[in-house]
Structure formats: C-alpha cells, structure tokens
Design a binder for this molecule. Structure first.
Ligand code: PEP
Ligand code: MN
Length: 337
C-alpha cells in the first residue's frame, strides 16, 4: 500500500496518518517529495486495514501495491521516470551514451577521451576513481585525484560525469565532483552504501549484480528510493552463467522485462557484459533495439596499455564509427542520439 498525501498536506496531517498506520502495527516509509509526500506501508497482508483511512484529512489516494518493490514498480508510478540533468534527459526519447575509460589514469588520457567522445555525441563521461578490483594488488584507481580530473573534463567539455563510489564513507566526497553516483555490480546489495547514496540526493546508477535477479535489482533500488531519492538508473551489465567465452552473459531480455515492471530508466553496459571489444558494437545496437535508455562503453586511446579492462575497451576510432551506426539505428525504434 502507498498513501499519497495531497499537495499542501500539513505536517500535522502527515503525522496523524503515520500515527494511525503505526497503531495498526504496520511500518511506514514516508518519502517527503518537493510537491507531495507519499507514505509506503510495510507489514504483512493486514495492510488492507489502511484502506479505511481514505477519508483522513490530507489523504489524496491509497494505492494497493502487489509488487514486492513498492516504489520502483509501475503500480506505484505508471509513467516512465525521466531524470533531467543539465539538459540531458535520461529515460526520455534520447538514447544517452555514456563513454570513457574504465579507470582515470592521467590528465592526458582523460582529456583525449573526453574531447573525442563529446565530439561524437556522448553525453556523459565515465571514469573510475575508486576501482573495485578482484585482487588487492591490481590498480585501485587514483581516488580524489581522479575525481578532480573528471571535474576538469566536465568543465572543459560540458559532459556530465559518472563515477563509482565503493564505500559509504566516500559518498560525500564523490558527490562533490560527480553528477551521477555509480554503485557497481559487486556492491549492488551493499545496503549501507545504498542507504548512503539514497541520502545523498544525487542521481544514482545501480548496476545489476552478476548473480542477481531482476527482482533483486529492483529491491536494491528500493533501498535508495526509501531514503527519498527517486533518481535511479538501472544498468544491465551481464550475469554469471556457465558460458565462459564472454566475461559475463548479457541478459538483453532484462531490458524490456525491467521496463515492463518498472518506470526507472535502463542502461546497458556491453563492455563489462562481454569483456571483448569486438562484441561491444553489436551489443550496443541490440541494446538500443531492445529499448534501452542508454549504453555505457569503455573507451581508451591505447587499449593494450590500459591499466584496467583493456580487452573490452574501444579505441577512439572504433568508438567514432560505432556512434555513426548507433545514431542510424535509434530513429528506427523511435529514439534519437
Ligand atoms: C565499472 O563500470 O567500472 C565496473 C567496475 O563495472 P561492474 O560494476 O559492472 O563490474
Ligand atoms: Mn571496467
């Protein structure tokens, strides 16, 4: 159940409604929006008793929610969510291209990439500052130095910046430099981190865990939403299967499946899904055809020398020629780049 309070409901009316719900032994998750407050009700199936609260002052409507994800599902919000960020609409008609290196390595590498991807039509620059590496001996990222370089690249090119935050203690710092906080696949169920990025108020891109179901992903998004942050982008980046030719198995049917049950924008990352640069272009084309709201790809001027994920990184030249094809396919499915 969700109780939607009318625009202009007073604090006292909201408190009365919450107190009433608690008196039934149910828990509440109020989300105080700019215009409206909505109160999620969590408990067992006794939530039906809440229906008789529709006459309480300030209550606009009471919506029963059968989906396990109360706010991320279309039952709570039928229309697509469009996240508007400095003129870039994520989840709208445009297919948003996010491109950049796996990891920020130095100023020249980042600036060369940023200028080129911007020229080709990318809207958001990616680049890892804190890298979640399998081995503690692998390159871990440049930390705040990388964040400063990303901010510099944004300043010069006008691209928005997305970068991963791996630790709840770094959310504030990363939020000072980045436009979108990325929660990586390994951290999809790091609930302390989800709560912290939720509190930050910054848009969040949540990547699907390699062994997570679509429902797990949407429930992880719920942790962010209940902190009052609804600006969430979901990312399909491949899941673990018995297939080992590719790094992961890109679950493309997840794109229309997620969009069927959820209003949140969906982006595909074919770089981490396949692990092979030659598969990135065909999977980007397929992602757009399947209804993705964006693609995220890794690009490097010299993939052989990359400190991280070279085999899946596109050269600047290949990125440029791929963008021509993505721009051509988008209108066929009613989108644009
Ligand atoms: C990344 O996008 O930098 C990354 C590490 O990807 P994932 O979390 O999907 O493995
Ligand atoms: Mn990578």
């Amino acid at each position: 159940m969700i109780i939607v309070m009318s625009t202009g409901a007073t604090e006292k009316q909201i408190k009365n409604v919450i107190d009433k719900v608690h008196s039934y032994g149910l828990r509440t998750h109020p989300i105080y929006g700019v215009r409206k407050t909505v109160i999620g009700i969590v408990g067992d199936n006794k939530t039906v008793v809440v229906e008789n609260m529709s006459g309480m002052p300030g209550v606009e409507s009471i919506i029963p929610i059968l989906q396990p994800y109360k706010f991320a599902g279309r039952e709570a919000h039928a229309d697509n969510t469009v996240i508007e960020l400095d003129g870039v609409n994520i989840g709208g008609r445009e297919v948003v291209v996010i491109a950049g290196p796996c990891a920020v390595e130095d100023r020249k590498q980042l600036m060369d990439i940023s200028r080129r991807v911007k020229k080709c039509g990318a809207r958001i620059l990616r680049g890892g500052a804190y890298k979640p590496r399998t081995s503690p001996y692998s390159f871990q990222g440049l930390g705040e130095e990388a964040l400063k370089l990303l901010a510099e690249a944004r300043e010069e090119t006008g691209l928005l910046v997305i970068t991963e935050v791996t630790d709840p203690r770094n959310v504030e710092l990363v939020g000072k430099y980045a436009d979108i906080l990325q929660v990586g696949a390994r951290n999809m169920q790091n609930f302390a981190l989800l709560t912290e990025v939720g509190k930050s108020g910054h848009p969040v891109m949540l990547k699907r865990g390699p062994s997570s179901t679509i429902t797990d992903l949407l429930l992880a998004a719920e942790y962010v939403i209940i902190e009052g942050n609804r600006d969430i982008i979901l990312c399909e980046r491949g899941i673990t299967t018995f297939e080992n030719y590719t790094r992961n198995t890109l679950d493309l049917s997840a794109v229309p499946a997620i969009k069927h049950v959820s209003h949140l924008p969906v982006v595909v990352d074919p770089s981490h899904a396949t692990g092979k640069s030659y598969l990135v272009e065909p999977m980007c084309l397929a992602s757009i055809a399947s209804g993705a709201d964006g693609v995220m790809v890794e690009v490097h001027p010299d993939p052989d020398q990359a400190l991280c994920d070279g085999p899946q990184s596109l050269t600047l030249e290949v990125f440029e020629s791929m963008m021509q094809k993505l721009k051509a396919i988008a209108p066929i499915v009613g989108r644009e780049i």
